[in-house]
Design a protein around this ligand. Structure first.
Ligand SMILES: C[S@@+](CC[C@H](N)C(=O)[O-])C[C@H]1O[C@@H](n2cnc3c(N)ncnc32)[C@H](O)[C@@H]1O
Length: 250
């Protein structure tokens, strides 16, 4: 099931991995977004078996361990990221799989209390298969919690602080970027509508429990920021959610 896009993205993630060491990791849900300390979306983590989809540098799994998780599992298709995860989690027992989230590589079924993913799920080249697999990993009653770019966010164009729509939100498909993180690392990122994520979860059998379109953290809410056209800025995040967070139960 290894598509050309998957192979290309995997190669590029190995190139850019160093840019993401400890970035987009719990308790953060995303850039300029409330953390789980504020939102409290995870229920008690103590003694729970957890699986991280797109575990990156392993910092979210380390956070899970700090909260008392019983078993740490992770999947990421970048060998570089898996190596970094191993470093981050040194001395801890962790089951890490270097594999695409779209593939069934033998992760146990009906096993996990919590499957989560922080800023990784939107990379999947096959959303339905990925959600079907995640559903199969969970015990009945377990939940899946993920965060990703708010689907409209990538369409926001900002000029002198004036925000407008870039391209079409209606057009779903793949967008190729030649220089991910300024490196010679072409990537292809799927563009999907908000409803596509919700409908795919429903089709997989999930019950959607909570949907968050993030705001900035409380302590940044009353700050008057400088006007900024950067992709992520406090100025933009005070006006539009950077991140969507969805909690869905099996
Ligand atoms: C922004 S990072 C996630 C950071 C991570 N949540 C953490 O706690 O450090 C996105 C990760 O998704 C992984 N990734 C992207 N596409 C993937 C795929 N199709 N299958 C598995 N992992 C993928 C990348 O290798 C990268 O490590």
């Amino acid at each position: 099931m290894k598509t050309e896009i998957l192979t290309q993205n995997q190669k590029s993630w190995n190139t850019v991995a160093g840019h993401f060491n400890g970035i987009d990791a719990l308790p953060s849900f995303g850039p300029f977004a409330q953390t789980d300390e504020e939102l409290q979306l995870f229920e008690a983590i103590r003694d729970k078996k957890v699986l991280d989809i797109g575990c990156g540098s392993g910092h979210s799994l380390a956070y899970m361990k700090e909260q008392g998780a019983a078993e740490l599992w992770g999947v990421d298709f970048s060998e570089k990221q898996i190596n970094t995860s191993n470093e981050t989690l040194k001395g801890l027992q962790a089951n890490l799989h270097c594999a695409a989230m779209e593939e069934d590589v033998g992760i146990p079924k009906d096993y996990f209390d919590i499957v989560y993913s922080i800023y990784a799920i939107g990379w999947t080249t096959d959303l339905d298969s990925t959600f079907n697999l995640i559903y199969s990993y969970l015990k009945p009653g377990g939940y899946f919690l993920f965060s990703w770019d708010h689907p409209l966010y990538a369409h926001l164009h900002s000029e002198n602080g004036f925000i407008s729509l870039n391209g079409s939100y209606q057009a779903e498909g793949m967008t190729r970027y030649e220089n991910f993180k300024g490196e010679d690392a072409p990537v292809v990122i799927p563009q999907r509508k908000f409803s596509t994520y919700l409908n795919s979860l429903i089709k997989s059998g999930f019950t959607i429990e909570e949907v968050v379109e993030t705001d900035v953290p409380l302590q940044l809410r009353n700050i008057e920021p400088e006007v900024s056209d950067r992709y992520y800025s406090l100025y933009k995040a005070q006006k539009f959610p950077t991140t969507m967070i969805i909690k869905a139960r099996k």
